[in-house]
Structure formats: C-alpha cells, structure tokens
Design a protein around this ligand. Structure first.
Ligand code: AMP
Ligand code: MG
Length: 431
C-alpha cells in the first residue's frame, strides 16, 4: 500500500522540517488555556482538572466487611476445629448503613453484611457459608480464621489528605466516581480550548445547499474537524465557508483568531495562485513557526501564533493551523499534529508514549522517501500479535471513502523504502 498525495509536487524534501521536530515546536507553542472554571461533577466528565482533588476521608472510611457473615475476634477462634468448633454469642446485627452500638468482647460475634462497619474489637469475618447457626441463636465456628480475613481496613485504598486526583487528569467515569465518593460535588477544570474552524475554497458548498454544480464539492472538512475537536475535548466554533478572496479570507481569519484559542483552517496552504493563508497570517501579525513538514500526506502545513489583546477570555496568543484542503490530509494532520497541541491546551498531562503501538504490517507499506508516510487503517490481533491492516483501496489524500473506519495510522519513517509484510511498524492509535 502506498499513499498518494494528489496535487503536491515532490519538491526537495530533504531540507523540510521533520515530523518529530514539528511536533516539538508545536508543543512549545501550545500553552494551556489560562482560564479555569468550576463545574458540577455530573458535567465534569471529559474535562481536565486544573486543581487536584484532595480527600478528607480515608478509603475505606472505616474497617468494613467484604462478605456477608459474622464479625469475630480472630484470637477467640484460634483453636477451632471441625470436631471442636468455637461457639460465639451473637450480640448485634449490623446491616450496611448502620453503625455498631457495642464493642465486641471475648466470646462474642456480630451478624454483619457486605460493606457494613466492623465494631471495635472485631478483626476478622467468618463467612456465613462456613458458620453453623445453633437453635439458640449462637454460632459455631469450625476453623481458625486469621486476623484481617475479609476485612477491608480503614485507609487501605487511600488516606485522608492524599491527592486522589492530580491536576492534568482528564476525567472519565472512574475519576468522577472517586471525586463523588470523596464528597467533592464540583471540580475546578480548565476552560475547554475554543477552536474555530474555517473552510477555504471557491469550490465548497454547504452540506444542505442546492445540488452540486460541476466543479463544486461539499465542505466535508468542517464536519471532520468539528467532530475531531469535540472528540478531543475542545469547543468547536463553526467559521463557515470562505471563498478564495483575499479580503474575505483576511476578515474571516481575523474574526476566528479574535474569538478562539486555536484556529484550524483547511485549504489555501499550497503554492497555488489562490493559496493566501500564509501571506494573510503575516499581514495579521502572526509569527510563522512552520511552513511545511516532511510528511505524506499533508506536507503543506502552516503553523503560526498570532498575538491577541488581553481580554476576558484570554490574553494568550492564538495558535493557528493552516491544514491542507484534501480531506485525508486534513484529518491526518489533525491526528498527527493538532491532537498533541489540543491536549496540551486543554491542560491534559500527556504521556508521549501513549497511543503508540508496535504492530506487524499485514501488507507491504510503501514509504515516501525523505518524507514520513502515514497509511490509515486499523489494528487487529492475529495469532497473539497486533497487526496493522491498511484500509483497502487507494491511500489517496482525496479519498474519504476508505478513510472510514480508521482507528490507527501506520508511520513509515523517513528513508525507509518500504516496510515488508510481516515486519514491525510503529502505529499511532486514534481511539
Ligand atoms: P487546497 O489545499 O485548497 O488546494 O485544496 C485541495 C483539495 O482539497 C481541493 O481541490 C478540494 O478538492 C479539497 N478540499 C478543500 N477544502 C475542502 C473541504 N472543506 N472539504 C472537502 N474537500 C476540500
Ligand atoms: Mg483551495
């Protein structure tokens, strides 16, 4: 399988910026959004903690029973044998939710249920399956039971004062559950990065517009990028379709920059007559950080920072990504280059190794000479090994049809002619 990047001539790629350096440069420019907000816990999933959550409770909060049975003193039953069981008096029943009223003395037991609090003096649980209840209500314990058996000790999972959730954590189901258990009804999170999305091109029409005339296509990038931004925890701002007109594009870019932390535009970044994005960025006072990257597809990637006057939303510069217009190039660019920036801006602590897998190539993957090549597809476990399965059909930067179902990108490094079927390949997972 080989990736075809239509419309971009193979110029001298040896002098181009390499992808890892481009990502490092992008990360150096992507600063966390400088605004925080407090949100109720039921709306907090997907958000990133700006302040740690510290618990004032031990977990468990008190010694409790892991089973239904009898709370006992282990020392009382140390000599118990089936032919000579130890008989204990049951002094109290403790269902979940009720605190014991008496401490346990020698020769005594309590009836207890899962999750219920152990009385003082009890240090082990005799599970009900192994206990015989005598006609007078006393219980016979047939074997010795070690201290702490089936007891969840106070503080065994976490201690009061612990940082149970660290800043930079993206909250998921387990994290909001833990915050709830710690009686934390609201959390302080970073404001979501606001991401404006602009589609440039005279050929573009909206999805709900009239039937396509010859030469027209639907602006599908808007949908790709909005979905991507939401999936990454950003707030997507639709900037619409902008014609290839200098003045209109400049106005739209200025508006987008003023209202967003990050701008993603597609199209207009090649070297065609109507490719104005870079020139206009210069006119808008931007510092261009990246002009193109040694990758295929998606070489004409423009990255810039644009200073903004301090305002109520932020005083930070806006980060601008000019992505190529071809749908596969635009999305691959998002996955490879925008995703790390968006995570950093959202405040998420990112492990650079996360999302990387070594797989075996299920088919031969053709490289792109002095450019890093990306092939799209999915990962499957075959015979106990992860395999990268490229999408069937042409890996053409204009091909949206076989981009469907993509959950992984195989990376064929610079200088690798090809990765033969069965050889290892580094894969970026997307889900
Ligand atoms: P450009 O980078 O502006 O030269 O665009 C390259 C190609 O990408 C164009 O010929 C279009 O076919 C396609 N394209 C550009 N913008 C979009 C868009 N918003 N949605 C879908 N396809 C697009
Ligand atoms: Mg265009």
């Amino acid at each position: 399988v080989e990736v075809k990047d239509v419309g971009n001539g193979e110029r001298d790629a040896t002098r181009l910026l390499r992808a890892p350096e481009a990502i490092a440069r992008i990360l150096s420019l992507a600063t966390v959004v400088d605004r925080r907000e407090t949100v109720p816990l039921n709306l907090a999933a997907g958000r990133v903690l700006a302040e740690p959550v510290r618990s004032r409770l031990d977990f468990p909060h008190w010694d409790n029973s892991a089973m239904d049975g009898y709370g006992i003193r282990a020392a009382d039953v140390a000599a118990a044998r089936p032919e000579q069981p130890v008989i204990l008096e049951v002094i109290e029943e403790i269902p979940a939710g009720r605190a014991p009223t008496r401490s346990l003395g020698s020769g005594q037991a309590v009836r207890i249920y899962t999750g219920a609090m152990l009385p003082e003096g009890a240090d082990a649980i005799a599970i009900q399956e192994e206990v015989t209840v005598l006609p007078d209500g006393r219980v016979a314990i047939p074997t010795a039971i070690a201290p702490d058996t089936f007891v969840r000790k106070r503080g065994a999972f976490g201690r009061s004062g612990d940082e149970i959730l660290v800043a930079g954590t993206r909250l998921g189901p387990a994290e909001v559950a833990l915050a709830a258990a710690a009686q934390c009804a609201q959390v302080t999170v970073f404001r979501q990065p606001r991401v404006a999305i602009l589609s440039t091109g005279d050929e573009l029409v909206a999805v709900d517009g009239p039937a396509l005339k010859p030469g027209q296509i639907v602006d599908s990038n808007r949908y790709a990028l909005e979905a991507f931004v939401r999936q990454m925890g950003g707030e997507a701002i639709a900037g619409g379709i902008i014609p290839d007109d200098r003045a209109a594009l400049k106005t739209a870019m200025a508006d987008a920059i003023a209202g967003a932390d990050l701008v993603l535009s597609t199209g207009g970044v090649s070297v065609g007559t109507y490719d104005y994005v870079e020139t206009l960025l210069g006119e808008l006072g931007a510092a261009i950080a990246i002009r193109s990257v040694a990758v295929k597809p998606g070489k004409p990637l423009t990255v810039a920072t644009v200073p903004r006057a301090p305002g109520p939303n932020s005083g930070q510069p806006c980060l601008y990504f000019g992505l190529p217009g071809n749908p596969a190039s635009a999305l691959v660019g998002c996955w490879r280059f925008v995703a790390p920036a968006l995570k950093a801006m959202a405040g998420e602590s990112v492990n650079p190794e996360a999302g990387r897998l070594r797989c075996l190539a299920a088919e031969t993957l053709i490289g792109a000479g002095q450019r890093e090549a990306y092939l799209w597809g999915r990962i499957a476990l075959r015979d106990g090994q992860y395999h990268f399965i490229p999408a069937p059909g042409g890996h053409n930067s204009g091909n949206l049809v076989n981009l469907v179902g993509t959950t992984a990108l195989a990376i064929v490094p610079v200088g690798a002619g090809a990765i033969a079927a069965g050889d290892p390949v580094e894969v970026l997972t997307l889900s």
